[in-house]
Write a protein that binds this ligand. Structure first.
Ligand code: ADP
Length: 607
């Protein structure tokens, strides 16, 4: 019963283990990396929808800054850019260069005037390195601008998301692109726990996820339009391309290279300047190209159902059908994130992937190793049972034939009294033998099915042994085998005397059966701890250690026993073992081929 119970739980436990392992793997560093790579892979294959860009970049590149004292001339360059933009009528302008310290008074005045003139300018701010306060633009610039937005990027190697909201020193700032969109639309930012709304655009960025927004970068072949300050200077008519758009002004200079990040497109190639990333965030918002994350519970549920499906497949089906369906489970794990992505939903790749592979491997191995092993074992048992049945029916046929023949004789012929008595005796002894055989055969089944009631009463081990030894003596004498019983045999026992007698008698008959003529069988008892050890030792044919392991199986007989010519069924010891275990004891066997065996019953003892 116990065995069956554990084996019922074994499989679900194995699958649960596979699930937990897969979850742990998913949230490990390696798992996160695989997730990110899968995201980038899908991202590249599902480009953002076509459409007119709503923003543009005015790039301050190295060439534009060359004649302007490099970084020192940046303030001048930005002022000049804003002046040039004024003529084109942009929807809004967002700056990605922070001027937090005063510069030359004349230049600062020029810049302040340019900002004020444009009316719709958003200035950047950033978190100070410690993250506790804001690095803000000079108050004079800020007063002239329409808004301030943060340009903070989380320290990830690839910029996939942006946090729309950041707090420092109790002051909350929205991301530069969001602020630019608010100014461009002349709207207000409304918040709920699950999203942020600006001018009728609902941005899925929940408070719980720190208002993170997936950036839907435009593909490299149709990027956000970009013009350098140098190009604009050379051909002012190019400014027309900025009309009606929100323009992001910032440095793409190699000198400010730290302001470049990897994107899902740029892996292994040139990182993208920060200003272009902000323009892409703006496109994501303005064109509502939102990607939303599938909730954690749904991800876990999906992964768990893959493990369950893998488990079910290998229980319900076998062979190629099972492997084929397992392939479907694996395919689902790979395709679902892709299918979700086409619907704008980000389903983490790793949990499903790890769960499907681990689940399928665990279920398939279990099926292969454990179930197959069990099937083979059951098959072997069936075969042995069949052989035993053959043997038993063969054995039974002999007494049956004798009984049949004898009874016919009595019926058919007039026999002398002497002869009739002889035949009657034969019938009696043969039918007794038959009865005994059937009884033994049935007791195995009944004992193993728990149908035999066991008594619990104290009795003397010595008396019991004495009875058994007396019974076996005639058999032993035929082979001139001496049976000695230790006179100091002290073994008060408790249990079912009748069953115990059966067990001891079996050990004794075996000792006599499997010993050559003129040897000794000795029976003795020892007390050890709270236990009584009763041994039956012979000088018989013995067994090797491999055989010892098998003799308690039903119908097993050693080769040596078969060759000895002694009749047997191989059932006795399996009954003995069951009786002893029902008494809470065990059997120990020490044996060596040709030298003899010692069977020891270890029992609890009484009093
Ligand atoms: P049976 O004696 O009817 O064959 P058992 O179940 O009593 O069946 O014993 C199983 C087998 O264990 C025997 O066939 C024999 O090979 C081996 N065996 C049991 N007792 C002894 C012993 N005392 N010496 C050697 N072999 C033994």
């Amino acid at each position: 019963m116990k065995g069956r119970f554990t084996s019922k739980l074994e499989y679900p436990a194995l699958l649960a283990g596979a699930f937990l392992l897969a979850m742990a793997a998913s949230w490990s560093d390696l798992g996160q990396r695989v997730d990110n790579d899968a995201y980038d892979f899908l991202f590249q294959r599902q480009p953002a929808p076509q459409g007119e860009p709503q923003s543009a970049v005015l790039a301050l590149d190295d060439a534009s800054l060359k004649d302007m004292r490099g970084v020192l001339g940046l303030r001048d360059a930005v002022a000049e850019s804003l002046e040039l933009l004024k003529a084109t009528g942009p929807r809004a302008v967002a700056l990605d260069v922070i001027f937090s310290e005063p510069g030359e008074p004349a230049v600062d005045a020029r810049l302040e005037a340019a900002i004020r003139n444009l009316e719709r300018v958003v200035l950047p701010c950033d978190l100070m390195p410690a993250g506790k306060s804001w690095e803000d633009p000079l108050p004079r610039f800020r007063a002239a601008a329409a808004g301030v937005g943060h340009v903070h990027a989380e320290p990830n190697s690839v910029s996939r998301e942006i946090l729309l909201e950041k707090r420092a020193a109790r002051e909350r700032r929205w991301a530069l692109a969001l602020e630019a969109f608010r100014v461009a639309e002349n709207g207000r930012i409304l918040e709920t726990p699950s999203d942020v709304e600006v001018a009728g655009v609902v941005i899925p960025a929940s408070l719980r996820a720190q208002r993170a927004l997936w950036i839907r970068y435009l593909p490299p072949e149709r990027p956000v339009p970009e013009i350098t300050l140098g190009e604009l200077r050379a051909d002012p008519s190019k400014a027309r391309r900025f009309a009606g758009k929100t323009v992001f002004v910032g440095s793409t200079s190699q000198l400010v290279a730290r302001d470049r990040m990897q994107t899902p497109y740029s892996a292994n190639s040139v990182p993208m300047p920060g200003v272009v990333i902000h323009a892409n965030v703006y496109e994501t918002i303005a064109r509502r190209m939102f990607l939303t994350t599938v909730p954690l519970w749904a991800t876990v549920l999906f992964a768990a159902s893959l493990v369950a499906a893998a488990g079910w497949v290998f229980v319900r089906f076998s062979g190629w059908t099972a492997y084929g369906l397992a392939g479907v489970v694996l395919a689902l794990a790979h395709l679902m994130p892709w299918a979700a992505f086409t619907q704008g939903k980000i389903l983490s790749f790793m949990p499903g992937f790890a769960c499907a592979w681990l689940g399928v491997s665990a279920a398939a191995s279990y099926r292969y190793f454990v179930v197959r092993h069990r099937m083979l074992k059951a098959e072997l048992e069936r075969l042995r049972y069949q052989q035993a049945m053959h043997f038993v029916t063969h054995e039974m046929r002999t007494p049956l034939t004798a009984i049949q023949g004898s009874s016919e004789l009595i019926g058919r012929y007039a026999l002398t009294d002497e002869k009739r008595k002889q035949i009657a005796q034969l019938i009696n002894s043969e039918s007794k033998r038959l009865g005994k055989m059937i009884e033994i055969f049935l007791s195995v089944e009944r004992l193993s099915a728990g149908l035999i009631e066991m008594k619990r009463e104290p009795f003397s081990g010595f008396d019991l042994m004495q009875t058994c030894v007396d019974r076996v003596r005639p058999l032993a004498e035929r082979k001139k085998i001496g049976v000695t019983l230790d006179p100091n045999f002290q073994a008060p026992l408790e249990g079912d005397r009748e069953l115990m007698e059966y067990a001891f008698y079996n050990l004794l008959t075996n000792a006599v059966k499997y010993s050559p003529k003129e040897t000794e069988v000795s029976v003795y008892a020892r007390r050890q701890g709270g236990e009584v050890r009763i041994s039956v030792q012979d000088q018989g044919i013995g067994m090797d250690s491999k055989e010892v392991k098998q003799i308690f199986q039903k119908f097993y007989r050693t080769k040596r026993a078969e060759e000895s010519g002694e009749v047997g069924t191989g059932i006795g010891l399996s009954i003995v073992e069951q009786i002893v275990t029902q008494h809470g004891g065990r059997i120990e066997v020490a044996s060596s081929p040709g030298k003899g065996s010692c069977f020891t019953l270890v029992l609890g003892g009484a009093g």
